[in-house]
Design a protein. Structure first.
Length: 384
């Protein structure tokens, strides 16, 4: 639905009911991915597309029917027909499944907030129930701002917390996809399949220092879905050839580059230079930014000297407390590759509020719900 957010936002602002047809599953060579939507309002106006043309007429009629009758959401499949390639079907040879539902904006006020956030560039993920109890089919819950707030509800607070935890992970990665939750007493009793619509660029990993550890870390960061930037002031070391998994290699003083590049709450900063002339001005700037993670490489002695210099530079203690140094978890790592795993393991644990304990020593569900401190109610969100 986020592909037509601008029009849907206008309809929501006008309290205009509409029918929403969403691709929830594709196979073969279907032309458009899951999450793509077509909508029809009460005046018969249509926006969006789900097939590039070959089944639009049939979906339009179904939208009109659902909109006029007010019937519950329906799921319908379209596929290629060998006997009549030009009948209702996908002439490209693929198959797709579509969920069609009526949306009354007055009954879903959180959608207006969500669509407004999309249009203003805020990272947003919308979880839409595509399989489960009929009373929940089509219902949505939105996670905003990198996982710091949510709006809407799927029923109980326990269910909402479970869903927000799963959706936040996809939002941080900037990915659209399906997730399954519930079916057990530890999460939520009802099993739900959700299609998560995500509006966000991939999160950024900024690695400062063109060293051997950087090559391994950039590779693991790329694997985890980060947009990786390597920055070093030394042009002889900062070359694309040395860091093929980096999306960008920048030759500049680290603190100067950090001051001119974009960061947000999902950005992770890894300082691997362990050279005071680079580290101190860089960390002084980084610790003043609302980023998701800041870590610095070096021995414990290096860390203590670094803290002394940062204090002398006027960095307050509450900012110093955000610095993860020495960087990484204690995995007994020695090689650059093992060190990269150590660093990214700490990043994942920090972002997801993990305990860093072996799962064999942790009781309860192995998938974390979002901590209560991060949960924001719809009323609280609208007052921000």
């Amino acid at each position: 639905m986020l592909n037509i957010a601008d029009t849907l936002y206008g309809w929501c602002r006008q309290d205009r009911p509409f029918a929403l047809a969403t691709i929830i599953q594709v196979s073969g060579s279907a032309p458009l991915p899951p999450g793509t939507a077509l909508a029809v309002d009460t005046d018969g106006n249509a926006v969006g597309s789900i097939s590039g043309g070959c089944v639009e007429g049939a979906v339009y009629e179904l939208c009109t029917q659902v909109l006029e009758s007010g019937e519950p959401p329906v799921r319908v499949s379209f596929g290629y027909s060998d006997s009549d390639a030009f009948a209702v079907g996908l002439t490209c040879g693929g198959e797709l499944e579509v969920l069609v539902q009526r949306i009354d904006p007055a009954e879903h006020p959180h959608l207006t907030t969500t669509l407004e956030q999309v249009l203003t560039g805020v990272p947003v993920a919308v979880a839409q129930v595509i399989d489960g109890p009929l009373r929940l089919l089509g219902r949505t819950l939105s996670v905003l701002g990198g996982g710091s707030a949510y709006t809407g509800t799927l029923g109980t607070r326990q269910t909402d917390q479970t869903v927000v935890g799963q959706v936040s992970a996809l939002l941080r990665a900037g990915r659209t996809g399906r997730v399954e939750v519930g079916g057990d007493a530890d999460t939520c009793p009802e099993k739900l399949t959700l299609l998560v619509h995500t509006h966000a660029a991939p999160p950024r990993m900024l690695i400062f220092g063109a060293v051997d550890f950087t090559a391994a870390l950039s590779r693991v960061g790329h694997f985890l879905g980060y947009q990786v930037t390597v920055c070093d002031a030394r042009p002889v070391f900062a070359t694309p050839e040395r860091f093929p998994y980096a999306d960008e290699v920048v030759v500049d003083w680290p603190h100067r580059y950090l001051g001119r590049t974009e960061t947000d709450a999902r950005t992770v900063i890894c300082v691997l230079t362990h050279d005071a002339k680079f580290d101190i001005p860089l960390l002084r700037a980084a610790l003043d930014l609302p980023v998701g993670y800041i870590g610095a490489m070096g021995s414990r002695r290096t860390h203590e000297h670094r803290l002394e210099r940062l204090r002398e530079a006027g960095v307050p203690e509450e900012h110093l407390a955000r610095l993860r140094s020495p960087i990484g978890l204690d995995l007994g790592a020695h090689t650059p590759e093992e060190t990269a795993i150590s660093i990214t393991a700490e990043i994942v644990a920090h972002i997801n509020k993990g305990t860093c304990l072996p799962l064999s020593r942790v009781r309860g569900p192995i998938h974390h719900a979002v901590p209560t401190a991060l949960m924001t109610s719809p009323a609280e969100l609208l007052s921000v």
